[in-house]
Design a protein. Sequence first.
Length: 112
Amino acid sequence: MLHLLILRYMAAKSEVEPHVPGHVHFLERYHGQGVFLVSGPTVPVEEGGAIIARGVDRARIEEIAVEDPFVRAGVATYQVVTIAPGRAHPMVSDLLTAPLIQDGIERDTMPS
């Protein structure tokens, strides 16, 4: 499964900014585990951001989204769109099937 997480800000920039360091740590954690493949701001940046995730089920990705400091602080929310890939470019295929990393151990999927 792939998941597209669409982040939308629900507060003014001044209310979001204090939570940026925690959000960056959140992103680094899940990129490091291989769950997040791509993340970045939308264009224009004021709208929010997006993440492409893989290797976990829908329930787990929703749990992960709630961990984001932006969400915990009530300054942003996620819309989760789950995708069952039918076709993938060969350059992406290996990324979609690579094992995830948790506590330094490779795993086929992350536990919930």
